[in-house]
Design a protein around this ligand. Structure first.
Ligand SMILES: [Zn+2]
Length: 83
């Protein structure tokens, strides 16, 4: 009896190298382990919905776009108040 392993989720697939998970952001298949995905207790296969690279990119972008608003120099008078 050759039982095909039932994978109960469209974002998981069984390959010769093992289980893979689809990243919803870059639409690529990556090995479904914590080397490629951050863990998420509520995610598919207990992994986050997107791969680490996308997650970092997403986070870095958000942090970078937020940064300019709060990164004005705290001492403008040092440069603006010369005699
Ligand atoms: Zn990705």
């Amino acid at each position: 009896m050759t039982a095909t392993k039932y994978v109960p989720n469209a974002r998981l697939r069984e390959t010769a190298d093992g289980l893979e998970k689809l990243c919803v952001k870059c639409d690529e298949w990556w090995p479904a382990d914590r080397e490629f995905f951050f863990s998420d207790s509520e995610g598919v296969h207990r992994l986050l919905f997107c791969c680490k690279a996308c997650y970092r990119e997403h986070y870095d972008t958000r942090r970078l776009t937020k940064l300019p608003a709060s990164s004005s120099t705290p001492f403008p008078s040092l440069f603006g108040a010369h005699p």
